[in-house]
Design a protein around this ligand. Sequence first.
Ligand code: G6P
Length: 592
Amino acid sequence: MCGIVGYVGKKNALNVLIDGLKSLEYRGYDSSGIAYISNDEVNIIKEKGKVSELEKKINFNQDVDLGIAHTRWATHGEPSVKNAHPHTCEKITLVHNGIIENYEELKEELAKKYNFLSDTDTEVVAVLLNEIYKEKKDIVDSLIELKKKLVGSYALAILVSDEKDKIYALRKNSPLIVARSTDASFLASDVPAILKYTKKYSLLLENEIAILTKDKITFLNDEKEEITKEIITFEGEENAALKGGYDHFMLKEIYEEENIVKRLSEEYSSFEKLLHNFKDIKKYNKIDIVACGSAYHIGIIARYLIEEYADIPVNVEVASEYRYKKNFLDKNSLVIFISQSGETADTLACLRKVKELGVTTLSIVNVVGSSIARESDIVIYTKAGPEIAVATTKAFVAQLVIVILLTLYFAYQNNKMTKEEVSSVLKDLQKLNIKDVINKDYKDIAKILKDKNDIFFLGRNIDYAVALEGSLKLKEISYIHSEAYAAGELKHGTISLIENKTPVISLLTCDKIIEKTISNIKEVKARDAYTIAITTKAYDFIDKNIVIEKTNKLLMPILAVIPLQLIAYETAKLKGCDIDKPRNLAKSVTVE
Ligand code: G6P
């Protein structure tokens, strides 16, 4: 959601900035813009649509060494050139990621003196900062004052026309990283924008201001004192944010799942390693799990697993609801937050709410050093590497492995599983055959689904949770309406939508409940549905069986979800959809 890049250095800033924006396209956006210094002037170019449209408007044959750029995911005001960033007011030009919640009251006051040109909350920040700067004459003092006046979330990159060799940056609740290469300074919303130049970066924190010049980056705290920052080294592959020969990032990331599972299975290869890795996790009587989107589906799988194997009651909620309802927590409760990006606004707000109650928080996060990771009492990293496709796949699988491992740990802690039982699952995890599932052909199924208007997914227990994810994957990238149902529930209304050849995709991997789901498949079959099953054995009455290997029952959801990811992928591909950047969606949802 909104991407920011800033650069000052020896290279052509225009190339670096446009390249950077392209590497952040995955975050989701609908317009883009750039501001750069040329001939001692601040120049601004903006365009609606893709970064490639903005690129066409830029003359790259200019000597430019400093600029800021932005991809905008519309919140206040439609996607348009006028609403695209940068926004400017006299001496101030800035780009913004986040939402200024008090922008209306600020605007009302400022509108007495200033004629606003856009519908955005961001322009209000530019105007307000310009007003403060006129009075204070010192930009750092003005930024400190600005922070006091803004309510909401923001990552800001700012040019001041009195200091054309510098970029100023500050943030609250929206991510921003800052980095140095040998001859340049960078800022960005996420690491893919800098990986070509450096693997080392720092996280800008909330009470800090960064000042970038071509020679150095200075960090100040709110008292204007210079501070030293921790430098983080990105541990993944340099080309992690490149497609590497695959048609789409989504496909590349699905193929990476095999290695991700392998790596995690090695990290937790023995009972002793499991205990060691989770040594900070005490015994809890009750667990709440909070997440959004696909991560929420992991929460549902985790509930089935932890309740069944560890015998601990688990409550799972989407963060945007959990935030505003009563929670029943005490000192023996644990709240788990699951998030790929570690920046999802609602999940982060829930984490803060729970922390205020003094309850232990544990997060399962992919992005190292993200807000949720930093602010949790305990963090478990999924180590899936940067995920570029908006529709999550590899991070989902990595989260799944982590919740299975946590289940084993809780089950042992609670005397529900023995050391031998735990060790046996860990061994099976090492042997898991992901390659075979990925290499199956899903194109035939995609042909069947491609022109349908409605598709249903069925499953019971963990199969139901996996069905929810399969349905979300399909709708988000292929734009086909689909719904997932607990198989026994379909007959209470929705079965009226089943007609001739309506595809119904069922999951039959959860042994103890398979017979019941089979009865439900027969019910839809009797009403002329076209039935597809992800199953551990083929059934004659089902139109299309996708047979996956039977492994340890705790590990089945890992194998079961991959066909659904690939079915969604192949269907979207046949339909010619923009698979990696589906319309209206954002990868990192930093608004509430
Ligand atoms: C967005 C993404 C989803 C993701 C959800 C939660 O909607 O498109 O794929 O599951 O946010 O994101 P998080 O980063 O917290 O896992």
